[in-house]
Ligand binder design. Sequence first.
Ligand SMILES: [Zn+2]
Length: 192
Amino acid sequence: MIKEGSIVMPGDVVAMAEELMPGEGTFQDDGAIRSSMLGRFKVDRKKMLAIVEPLTAKPLVLKEGDTVICEVKQWMDNLVLTDIIHVAGKKRQIAGEHDAALFIANISDEFVTHPSTKYRIGDIIRAKVIKVDPLIQISTKGKELGVIKAFCTNCRKPLIKKGNTLECPVCGRKEERKIADDYGMGNIDRVV
Ligand SMILES: [Zn+2]
């Protein structure tokens, strides 16, 4: 058996079949247990399993200050409920809870009368995580934050930025949002 914690390549022998059973990330090849991926070798001593954990698959724990891309799910009188779909600059998935609350006071530096005047269901927004416990809270204050993609509430086509408002290229409807300065550019990995 090789040293626990070693980084192994696909095909590397991590243990012999008489020492351990093949667990996740490993397979048995005659008398040897081999790694099936690039990862870190571990032993589950309870079950006597050889395990290789992929280096990139450790789920990401959100931290205050992270830049996140969220989809607007619902709004209430004092907040917008969103689903975090991506952490900017990170390729890993997010661990645990994906819901994030955007309270009305954190939408904009300007006064907002109601969340629905700035965000609509289905909007894709860039936000900053400002609190993770007991509830994930995000903010879209600042010019880099806000909607990066929005859809016409009339015909669902992506809206195009015209000055400070958004306009539907199909039905001509004008809509207001809290818009990020790079709206429509698709910069989902921009960290701000
Ligand atoms: Zn439209």
